[in-house]
Design a protein around this ligand. Structure first.
Ligand SMILES: [Zn+2]
Length: 145
């Protein structure tokens, strides 16, 4: 994960290692053979909880089918009706690591957080909402403070 810089803000640790596979193949399309790319990613990310800033393990699984299209070329009509394949514009070389990063960013939860935060209340009190207050509001009971 240390190689995926755009993801570092969302992670509590970049020590995790992902298994990923990227393959290209041809399929029979409406106008003859068409290229496809499949990206498969699997692993566990150490995400940072937005509530308590602690880390938690989040299982990642991405399996995306892409149809490469030259820059400027119209997106094939079949693609617009097909939910299973996304068009991807490629101009010359493809930055596989950037694509990997894009797909992982799309798969991440919008607001990563523990279901229940177990972080201790900061010592000396804090103006920030404590995890306990958050818990209390979740239960619908009035806060003790
Ligand atoms: Zn938390």
């Amino acid at each position: 994960m240390a190689d995926l810089l755009r993801l570092s803000d969302t992670l509590a640790s970049v020590d995790s290692v992902l298994d990923w596979r990227f393959e290209g193949f041809m399929v029979e399309g409406a106008e003859g053979l068409e290229p496809r790319l499949r990206l498969h990613v699997e692993g566990s990310l150490d995400l940072r909880c937005q509530r308590c800033l602690g880390g938690f393990v989040w299982p990642l699984r991405v399996d995306t089918l892409l149809q490469p299209v030259r820059s400027g070329q119209a997106i094939p009509e079949g693609e617009l009706e097909n939910d299973e394949v996304d068009a991807i514009e490629i101009d010359g070389e493809l930055d596989v690591l950037a694509l990997l990063e894009d797909e992982i960013l799309l798969a991440l939860p919008i607001a990563p957080r523990h279901q229940v935060c177990e972080a201790p209340r900061p010592e000396g009190g804090s103006s920030k909402e404590s995890p306990f207050a958050a818990l209390a509001s979740l239960r619908g009971s009035p806060s003790a403070e």
